[in-house]
Design a protein around this ligand. Structure first.
Ligand code: C5P
Length: 402
């Protein structure tokens, strides 16, 4: 539950034989570990051993459909909160320094936005070569952290600097870089999905929301160490690890559930597409066309549902309250009005007419709209990545408030 996620990227050097020990050490600390290997690395350490120790297949190929089907290379890069390149050969450091991306390991290293820790290991002369030193200097300047190498007898027969740092040293450094979970101590209430407003015993008014955005936020918040309560409208999605889920159907049920959890929450994120209207009366029995006159229709009277977010905004106190605005036109203007009217600290606006964004898609293109009116437009991202960017903003708001 709430495990921190570390990707161990292995390049092809003799020190790769120590990687199973590194993986075991990381697992002992309660971290979730995945492995990616270069083709050369598979000659020094068996992917099967790493699969057994991590509980998930070790990835070796960039374009293998089976492997990509499990978790694609960009998803793998996004998944990792820390990437450890160990052993980091002279060649893999050179490729990384120059932004090459022609295999799985180099591609993930280029795609990740998380901290990268490298553990150089090579022959002493290769290590001391100005090319290697210049490459490492470039990487260090870009924020890559390195541990080792240590001095001693090298597998190639030489003595000197070039031994990979010991697995326990790398584990300690990994824990230091990861730091405490960024949302530890927060209780985050997330609403997700659409609501379903009954018309009769079989029919309902609803919308096309799949719940994917809200579920991604809940998963990401739990991974960042928050206590998460997810209030979900009907959604065919699995409950993310470490999340307490409350299922509801109607807007009124969602309001009751949100109100009941609100007192304990420090952050509220309303990603649900709450129905603004419900039928004034729901028939307990199925409305049958046979019961109507020939060609006769029915009139549905709709009444307004409470605006849950606006209610919360009025009572929010020191809580951080985030709303969503799905719009088909006048995106920013409408989002700014909503932010004001609903008392939010931030509105996540998205244009539902854009392809691959909005309802029932895997990706989303959103703009963060702030109380001063500033708008921050994000590129098209996976919903999990949008969740990560959103929670980064929540963390900043929290630390600004002290
Ligand atoms: O007004 P609109 O529905 O566009 O506002 C969207 C935001 O308000 C979302 O965060 C949604 O969860 C919330 N909302 C609500 N209760 C409603 C309607 C919307 O909390 N009845």
């Amino acid at each position: 539950m709430n495990e921190r996620r570390v990707l161990v990227a292995v390049s092809g050097g003799i020190a790769a034989y120590k990687i199973p020990e590194l993986v075991r050490g990381l697992r002992r600390e309660g971290l979730s570990v995945r492995c990616a290997l270069t083709p050369a690395a598979t000659r020094f350490v068996s992917p099967l051993v790493l699969q057994t120790l991590t509980g998930v297949p070790a990835r070796t190929e960039l374009f293998d459909t089976d492997e990509e089907g499990q978790i694609d290379h960009i998803a793998l890069a996004d998944w990792a909160e820390l990437v450890i390149l160990a052993p980091a050969t002279a060649h893999s450091l050179a490729r990384m320094a120059h932004g090459l991306a022609d295999d799985l390991v180099s591609t993930v290293l280029l795609a990740t936005r998380s901290p990268v820790l490298v553990a150089p290991a090579m022959n002493v002369n290769m290590w001391q070569h100005p090319a290697t030193q210049a490459n490492l200097a470039l990487l260090t300047e870009r924020g890559v952290r390195s541990v080792g190498p240590e001095s001693g007898a090298l597998a190639c027969g030489w003595e000197g600097e070039g031994r990979m740092a010991e697995p326990e040293t790398l584990v300690a450094e990994a824990l230091r870089v990861l730091g405490p979970p960024s949302l530890a101590g927060e209780t985050i209430l997330v609403s997700a999905g659409g609501t379903r407003e009954p018309v009769d015993a079989v029919r309902a008014l609803t919308n096309r929301s799949s719940g994917k955005m809200g579920f991604a936020i809940a998963a990401e918040a739990a991974a960042r160490g928050a206590d998460v309560v997810l209030i979900a409208g009907p959604a065919a999605l699995p409950t993310p690890a470490g999340v307490r889920r409350i299922d509801v159907e109607t807007a009124l049920e969602m309001r009751d559930a949100v109100q009941a959890e609100f007192a304990n929450a420090s952050v509220v994120i309303m990603a649900a597409a709450v129905s603004d209207f419900r039928p004034a009366r729901a028939s307990a029995r199925k409305i049958r066309k046979e019961d109507l006159g020939d060609g006769e229709g029915i009139h549905l009277e709709l009444v307004r549902n409470p605006d849950i977010l606006a209610e919360l905004g009025r009572e929010k106190g020191n809580r951080i309250v985030v709303g969503f605005a799905a719009e088909s036109h006048d995106l920013l203007e409408s989002a700014r009005r909503k932010l004001e009217r609903k008392g939010c600290d931030l509105i996540v606006a998205n244009d539902i007419t854009r392809e691959s964004a909005g309802f029932d898609t895997e990706t989303n293109a959103v703009t963060f709209v702030w109380p001063a009116g500033d708008a921050e437009e994000l590129p098209l991202l996976s919903k999990r990545e949008v969740a990560a960017r959103l929670l980064e903003r929540v963390e900043k708001l929290r630390s600004a408030r002290g």
